[in-house]
Design a binder for this molecule. Sequence first.
Ligand SMILES: *Cc1c(COP(=O)(O)O)cnc(C)c1O
Length: 430
Amino acid sequence: MHAFSYQNGLLHCENVALTTLAEQHGTPLYVYSANTILDHFTRLDAALAGIDHEVAYAVKANSNIAVLRLLANAGAGFDIVSAGELYRVIKAGGNPAHCTFAGVGKTRDEMIYALQQGIYCFNVESEAELRYLNAVAAELGVVAPAAVRVNPNVDAKTHKYISTGKSENKFGIDFDSIEDLYARAAVELKNISLRGLQMHIGSQLTSVKPFVEAVEKVKPLALRLKEQHGIEFWSIGGGIGIVYHDSLASGNPSWWQQQSADTKPLTIEDYGSAIVPLLKDVGLKILLEPGRYIVGNAGVLITSCLYEKKGSAKTFKIVDAGMNDLIRPALYEGHHEIAPLKEQQGELVKADIVGPICESGDFFCQDREMPDFQAGDVIALLSAGAYGFAMASNYNTRPLPAEILVDGSSAKVIRRRQTLDDVLAGEVAE
Ligand SMILES: *Cc1c(COP(=O)(O)O)cnc(C)c1O
């Protein structure tokens, strides 16, 4: 479901005109659709209805506590990567007993906090970390639930910065040595309870094939670990890709000619029907950790055009959002469609959309055909709900944008815009 569409010439999120939000709250501004988030969660949950499963939303994709509350109320679990994310989940009303804790570099303090809160499982990424977790749990006089992440050495065929399931990536334990680790842990690590097995091969996968390949390869291992160590769950990770091109609900403007591999979506129904049959007979609870799929197409970043600059080689449209607000294009060549809030007819122009940051990487698109919007016009960068605000920074001393959650005809500020005093809070001049 996409809740962003033109109605009477104005771009809307559900029933709210984005022009109204831009006027009321200023730009840059993040806007999310509550019903899109819920629809994605519900559809994924339904696609897995045939198996014992839990959808653990990957908090890092969009961690606003209003978004977390929405998902907690819908029955989601959470996949966290820091104590900070666990703190957010708890503030949002989520249940730590439905949290898995991922990441290669958990600290002692993070382990203690998560143990005290009673999380469901630590997803461990190295033998050193497993031994350290055992020692921390022993000190506290508790037993830590753990799963080890297997690196299945499968090519996710995605951007190299978001590929995680190959032997050369820093994630997980080699497929060939992981069973020995479980065997040693069972004998030596008295304060570890081996509860599951985890994998996650990468992000923004646009084909079901690598998922199938990884599940088929790891399934015998999962079955042996169940047999030998009584594990109860197998997390198959997140990574379901979304469509970044042509991402409006209906009436896509004719000027959207950009095509790429992700134009054809990996539908959640395809994903479900490919993997559910493989998982039906394993007798393990299946965990999924989707982030981008849940929130990616549920959010936009709204930004105002400040100036147009016509150079000898290029035309630049300079906007008031920068790479500090949305870093995906700079970081991993992320694509965002451009949609003026007021539908525009007329000749297209080829231009770059750039921000105010003092970096050449500060662009949202380059050499793209687009409507000829001008200073004062406001545009939306679509599909910015995942890894958008969550990756924003104060670089160039720019306050973080506000965030709005739309539900039907209502629009609520779920994070106010930072003030300069917010940005400087904690600094000391002498
Ligand atoms: C980032 C991450 C996810 C979520 O990835 P998406 O591509 O957003 O679905 C899931 N699991 C782990 C371990 C991750 O690091």
